[in-house]
Design a protein around this ligand. Structure first.
Ligand code: GLN
Length: 241
């Protein structure tokens, strides 16, 4: 009988999944399974209803402008459910295109402004250059996060919104204010593709712990042998932007 069960909703898995972002689902699932935690992953498609009290963790990946246009209207219909879920402790990890739509809006180069769900007090406007390359950031707890960015969108956080980290290498949210991503309670946004979590095991376990704490009182994850993950992290640290 498994100790615990982790319920993951992979939002728009068939639309927002560029640069290996589904690797985050694989990393979360594997790191939970290695600890004897039962994992249930549901790919949630357009117009597919979800129960806001059911999932422990939601993941939404990145995509080109055209994929964002396809899902933006559907995501708006989920705004209240996602707000209710995160108010009750569910975790959201959003990457790049998905992250942009968790803010107030994303204004692409062409076409109309895409209204976001305002889970994060931020907005994004397309810049005149693509920000592409390796990224290293330093999180508030002093740990580093590594990944790869590829976006033209420049995201600006509202006053007092904590970034996921401060840029050490690369551009981050906008290439101007050294902020990268956003971390608001259990709501996370980032531009780090790669995918993010396999090379950042501490952060993966932080998300797992928060997500499991939604339904289980005492959550202490047993240590894993992260030799390979830490080697990949260290290697990425020395990569140039
Ligand atoms: N289309 C958005 C941009 O270019 C997001 C890209 C992405 O998800 N990598 O900024």
């Amino acid at each position: 009988m498994p100790l615990m069960q982790l319920r993951i909703a992979h939002l728009y898995a068939h639309f927002l999944n560029i640069y290996g972002d589904r690797g985050n689902i694989i990393a979360l699932s594997q790191r939970a399974s290695w600890r004897g935690i039962e994992v249930k992953v549901d790919a949630i498609d357009l117009n597919q209803k979800t129960d806001p009290d059911y999932y422990d963790l939601y993941f939404v990946g990145g995509g080109q402008d055209k994929q964002q246009i396809v899902i933006a209207e559907d995501l708006l219909k989920r705004a209240d459910d996602l707000k209710s879920a995160t108010d009750n402790g569910a975790v959201i990890l959003s990457v790049c295109g998905g992250y942009q739509l968790l803010g107030h809006y994303y204004k692409p180069h062409e076409g109309p402004e895409l209204k976001g769900i305002s889970l994060i007090d931020a907005y994004t406007v397309a810049g005149n250059r693509r920000m592409i390359g390796n990224v290293t950031i330093k999180a508030a707890d002093g740990s580093t996060l590594v990944g790869f960015e590829n976006h033209s969108g420049k995201t600006y956080l509202g006053k007092g919104v904590p970034p996921l980290g401060t840029v050490v290498v690369g551009n981050g949210n906008n290439g101007e204010d050294k902020s990268e991503g956003a971390a608001v309670g259990t709501i996370y946004g980032t531009y780090l593709h790669g995918s993010l979590l396999p090379k950042n095991p501490l952060f993966a376990d932080r998300l797992l712990t928060q997500a499991l704490k939604r339904r289980y009182a005492d959550v202490t994850l047993t240590a894993l042998d992260d030799t390979l993950e830490n080697q990949a992290h260290k290697r990425a640290l020395i990569l140039p932007a």
